[in-house]
Design a protein around this ligand. Structure first.
Ligand SMILES: Nc1ncnc2c1ncn2[C@@H]1O[C@H](COP(=O)(O)OP(=O)(O)OP(=O)(O)O)[C@@H](O)[C@H]1O
Ligand SMILES: [Mg+2]
Length: 1120
């Protein structure tokens, strides 16, 4: 994808190239000074001026970019411009800082070469702006993504923070960097930013306490006072009015076009993005406020008894507020401003400070506090932007260091700054002029030497370890005895007097004795960029950078974590009696490290030129520009460039880089690298004047040749990429195809399995259904068959039965026939035999012999029959039903008759045994049977009961004596009966007596006769057909006894009583008594006829029938 993008980009670029292929097109003046003709100072400046007037602020000298500060914003840094310069060759478009940035970035990304961008120039020439442009360009073109964007944002946002704390308005530049900055941006192998490391160099801290006329303190002080809210200011114990603070120069507190308040918001926002915690930001501003307020502490002299002057703080209010802000004990700080303790080995001496010393101490504290805060900020930013990975990183360094400075009053700071610029010039010379020329010679390339000014001698004047100015200063600072700036100057006058770049009025060299422009307290150095006069005043102090130990200890005691961390040497436990390294030596060491670092990287130069001193647009001060061109050695630079070769490279990397352009060298060249390069260049038909073969390197004269090579390589790489892409895609597709094929097989097999399973399930269930249907059908068929078979069998059986029947009948018939025949035969035979016998024996018999035999035989048979019968006779019991079987058919009637006779005889025999009484009893029983058998349900139970008649023994019971006396006749029945009350159906016990002529009812208890009815008056007896003992005795109407009506009685011996009543009535009246058996009959009670009805009742009263009067005409008897 990425490759594809690159290919499309390449095509786009090619399309663009067709429109504008070179910086030569539409060029104003000459874009590359190498092409300038004729080449001299005037033409050089004119070319620059011409271009500057047409807003072309960038011009090349080969690969070096000259940038002229336009002092106004030009529309040449837009995102469209970024896109225009992206991935384009250096000389393809008009000169631009973006072209250099792109070149550096691509060479870092694609060729794995660490880069450094060295931006040099005077103060205000546009270095800082240039460095920001480079960074923003790289940020715009390098990788993208949330994480990468955060890294970029943090790297970019570190600038506003450092500028607020480290930049200030000077007479030369409204945003002058008062510190040196070198930033390493780290990238991964793809060219995505990973993080960065910032190194800072010597902050101009003297500015904190004092600023030259027309200049300002560091921006941050003004930004806080203008931009912080009232609330925040109150927290910091600050007031908005600048004039309240001694450390803020009054004359130029406001800078035109600078909005401090807005910048303050930008800074706070940037701090947040970079990763400062809220409490850290708060602490930083507290320290800034403390520094500002320190300047307001004032001292007054106070004489002491011993005559010594002592300082005293005028107004302690400010001190109190500082202490509140920083958490320092007020008395500790107050004491630190009044005393100085010197410790030497075991001794500890405390001396009081006079007013001047107190002010010195105060300023030293303010400067240290601020500069240490600045270093802490850099460290803190580094912590945030540090790359989070340990993989190998590619590095692009951007150096933005303070420019060469020549002020009216130049002090130690300017000396240091200018020394640094000398070193940068030196490295420029080393890498471009000297090294280049030396290389041609080393490589055996034909070369005519070009003169240029080498500033190594000036560097030596400053940094020589024995005779260098910095070494002298250190020596003087460390020397025991009285050391002043004058003694230092004296020393310089002695040691450096003969140095041709050193000038001093008092030097032994009489050259400057009468030079009035050179004051006695000054020395002058002829820098590569011009002469600078330095005031020696303050050199020793600034180099010593002394902070009284009492103050650092007071700071360490602060209840403020940041301040405490800024003064680690204040910790009494870590007292170090050794002198700290001087500011000069520290700076020298760090510059040396920087130079070493730069030498390991591929340099890219941006030479910034300031067009005027007025910070104004459109003004091109030729003299000023000329001066800068001279000291920057730009003309020499062009000359070397023109005479030399634009590009060189060792044979191995060259072959490695371009070997794909030739079939013989691609993919491997077996011989020596140089031969390979020769073959390659011949093959590519590069004109011979365009290159030279050195001892170890190939030199290419014209950049265009190189670009042509690069373009060819690019094209070839595209082709190779396409090839690789093609193969890769083929491989990928094949792998994918194979994978898909494999997957397809797996899926198909699974699917098939699944489908088969489904199908199987379906078939199975269908089979089961079909099976069940078939089984059902079969079963039904079988059933049908079985039924059919059964029917058949039954039919067969029936047929067989019929058949057998028929057969049997036939057989029977046949047998009968046969038997008949046999019988007939036998009869015939017998007849025939008889006939024969008779014929035969006729002669022997008489004429009626046959009759006699027959009769004899019959007689014998009868005899036998009777004899057998005698033996088989049954018992004499009339109820015995047994009778022997009939022996002969012809005796059938005889046998039956005999049985009848025998039975009659046996009954007679039985009867003959009876006595007269028994006979009477049986007669009565016989009578009862005739009257009641099969008519009354009560009858069968009475058969087995003997008829006793007199159940009550009246004659024997004295209770009934009266009754006995009253009845003189023979008593046939004496029995207790229940008389049913006609009113309610309840029963009353009565004695029932039957005599020969009367029926009597007497009271059971008293024996008094209640009723007496002659038998002739009894007309009828009624009873039910059921199993009850109720009966009604109907009386003749109009008879004497009939006054009270009929009797409704109940007795346990109803059958006996009714029988006896009947017999007695018959024998006395010769009339049959009417006995009516019916379940409903009428009874005459006095005048009323009441119906007595018998119904089937429940068995709740056992087997006793109950009688109930239902209404006037109905008495209901429930029989169980
Ligand atoms: N490319 C530019 N386009 C527009 N204005 C510019 C450009 N370069 C510089 N300037 C203007 O010039 C001023 C000074 O530039 P800058 O701060 O970069 O100088 P410098 O070389 O860093 O100086 P010093 O050494 O004092 O830090 C900037 O504040 C800006 O106004
Ligand atoms: Mg700057």
């Amino acid at each position: 994808m990425r490759n594809r993008c690159r290919v499309t980009k390449g095509l786009e670029n090619m399309a663009k190239m067709e429109v504008k292929t070179s910086l030569l097109d539409n060029m104003i003046g000459v874009g590359d000074m190498v092409l300038l003709e004729p080449l001299n100072e005037d033409s050089f400046i004119n070319n620059l001026k011409k271009r500057f007037d047409h807003n072309e602020v960038y011009t090349y000298i080969g690969s070096v970019v000259i940038s002229i500060n336009p002092y106004r914003s030009l529309p040449i840094y837009t995102p469209e411009k970024v896109e225009e310069y992206r991935n384009r060759n250096f000389y393809e478009l008009s000169p631009h800082i973006f072209a250099l940035s792109d070149e550096a970035y691509r060479s870092l990304r694609d060729q794995d070469k660490d880069q450094c961008i060295l931006i040099t120039g005077e103060s205000g020439a546009g270095k800082t702006e240039a460095s920001k442009l480079v960074m923003s360009y790289v940020a715009a073109v390098c990788g993208k993504g949330a994480e990468v964007n955060q890294v970029k944002e943090q790297l970019l946002q570190s600038n506003p923070v450092l500028e607020a704390f480290g930049n200030a308005k000077t007479v030369r530049n409204d945003n002058s960097s008062r510190f040196g900055k070198y930033m390493d941006i780290e990238f991964d192998f793809k060219g995505d930013p990973l993080g960065g490391v910032i190194s800072n160099y010597l902050l101009e801290k003297s500015r904190v306490v004092k600023q030259p006329r027309g200049e300002r303190n560091f921006h941050i002080f003004y930004q806080i006072l203008s931009g912080a809210s009232e609330d925040f200011l109150c927290k910091l114990k600050l007031e908005r009015d600048f004039s309240r603070y001694n450390y803020l120069g009054l004359d130029s507190a406001k800078v035109n076009g600078v909005d401090d308040a807005a910048n303050f918001r930008t800074v706070r926002n940037a701090m947040q993005i970079v990763g400062f915690m809220d409490h850290e930001t708060q602490s930083v501003f507290e320290v800034v406020a403390a520094v500002l307020k320190l300047g307001n502490i004032e001292f007054k002299p106070e004489s002491r008894v011993n005559g010594l002057d002592e300082s005293k703080i005028k107004d302690k209010n400010e001190l109190k507020e500082i202490c509140e802000l920083t958490g320092i004990d007020q008395s500790v700080l107050e004491r630190a401003f009044s005393f100085r303790t010197v410790e030497a080995k075991q001794e500890k001496v405390s001396t009081t400070l006079n007013v001047a010393q107190a002010y010195y101490a105060r300023d030293a504290l303010a400067k240290n506090l601020y500069s240490r805060l600045f270093s802490w900020l850099v460290t803190r930013i580094n912590e945030s932007i540090k790359a989070q990975t340990k993989v190998r990183k590619k590095v692009m360094g951007v150096l933005d260091i303070y420019g060469f400075e020549i002020f009216e009053d130049n002090s130690f700071e300017q000396f240091i700054i200018n020394y640094c610029n000398e070193k940068l010039q030196q490295i420029f010379i080393e890498l471009t002029l000297k090294e280049e020329q030396e290389e041609y010679i080393r490589e055996g390339i034909e070369w005519t030497h070009i003169e240029y000014f080498n500033n190594a001698i000036i560097c030596d004047l400053i940094e020589n370890n024995q005779t260098g100015i910095l070494a002298m200063l250190d020596e003087e600072c460390l020397r025991p005895g009285t050391v002043t700036d004058d003694t230092f100057l004296e020393k310089l006058n002695q040691v450096c007097a003969t140095h041709q770049h050193f000038e001093s009025r008092m030097s032994k060299c009489s050259r400057f004795l009468n030079d009035t422009s050179l004051p006695h307290s000054c020395f002058r150095i002829q820098h590569y960029a011009g002469k600078v006069m330095y005031q020696v005043e303050g050199f020793v102090d600034k180099n010593n950078d002394l902070l009284y130990r009492d103050l650092s200890q007071a700071m360490w005691k602060a209840n403020h974590s940041l301040i405490k961390a800024l003064f680690p040497e204040g910790n009494p436990a870590k007292i170090n009696l050794k002198r700290p390294p001087t500011a000069g030596s520290q700076f020298k060491a760090s510059v040396a490290t920087l130079m070493k670092n730069l030498q390991t990287k591929n340099p890219n130069y941006i030479r910034c030129i300031k067009p005027n001193d007025k910070k104004a647009a459109h003004i091109f001060n030729e003299a000023l520009v000329c001066h800068q061109i001279r000291y920057l050695g730009l003309l020499e630079n062009v000359r070397v460039r023109r005479a030399g070769y634009a590009f060189r490279q060792a044979y191995e990397p060259c072959l490695e880089r371009y070997k794909m352009l030739c079939k013989q060298t691609w993919p491997h060249w077996r011989g020596p690298a140089r031969a390979g390069v020769e073959v390659l260049f011949n093959e590519l038909e590069i004109p011979e004047e365009e290159f030279s073969f050195g001892r170890s390197k190939i030199f290419i004269r014209n950049p265009r040749t190189l670009f042509k090579l690069e373009d060819q390589r690019k094209q070839r790489l595209e082709d190779l990429a396409t090839l690789i892409e093609k193969i890769y895609r083929g491989w990928k597709c094949r792998t994918r195809f194979l994978l898909m094929k494999r997957s397809q097989i797996v899926i198909a097999s699974w699917y098939r399995r699944y489908a088969q399973q489904k199908k199987y399930q379906k078939i199975k269930s269908s089979a089961i259904i079909v099976q069940s249907y078939i089984r059902g059908w079969k079963a039904r068929k079988l059933l049908r068959e079985l039924k059919h078979q059964k029917r058949c069998n039954e039919a067969a059986t029936i047929i067989a039965a019929y058949w057998h029947g028929t057969q049997a009948r036939r057989e029977l018939k046949r047998l009968k026939e046969e038997a008949r025949r046999k019988h007939a035969v036998a009869v015939i035979w017998a007849y025939w035999l008889g006939l024969k016998v008779r014929r035969e024996y006729r002669k022997f018999f008489r004429a009626n012999a046959g009759k006699k035999i027959y009769e004899f035989t019959l007689q014998r048979l009868m005899q036998k029959y009777f004899l057998e019968m005698k033996n088989k006779m049954p018992s004499l019991s009339p109820v015995d039903k047994n009778w022997p079987a009939r022996p002969y058919l012809f005796l059938d009637s005889t046998h039956k008759e005999l049985k009848r006779i025998f039975h009659l005889w046996r009954c007679k025999k039985y009867r003959d045994q009876f006595t007269d009484q028994q006979k009477l009893i049986y007669e009565e029983k016989l009578e009862a049977s005739e009257l009641f058998k099969d008519k009354k349900a009560l009858y069968p139970a009475s058969v087995g009961q003997p008829f006793q008649g007199a159940y009550l023994e009246i004659s024997k019971n004295p209770k009934y004596k009266k009754l006995k006396d009253a009845v003189d006749e023979k008593i046939i029945i004496a029995e207790v009966v229940n008389k049913i009350n006609r009113a309610n159906g309840k029963a009353t016990s009565r004695i029932f007596l039957l005599t020969k002529n009367n029926v009597l009812l007497a009271d059971q208890k008293s024996g008094n006769i209640k009723s007496e009815v002659p038998l002739g008056d009894v007309t009828k007896v009624s009873m039910s057909s059921q199993n009850d003992g109720f009966f009604a005795v109907h009386l003749k109407e109009g008879s004497g006894a009939a006054g009270k009506g009929d009797f409704l009685l109940s007795s346990d011996h109803l059958i006996e009583m009714a029988t006896k009543l009947y017999r007695t009535t018959l024998s006395q009246t010769k009339q049959k008594l009417n006995i009516e058996i019916s379940d409903e009959f009428l009874v005459q009670f006095r005048q009323d006829k009441v119906c007595v009805k018998f119904i089937q009742g429940s068995q709740k009263n056992g087997n006793i029938p109950t009688c109930k009067r239902k209404n006037n005409r109905l008495l209901e008897v429930a029989v169980p």
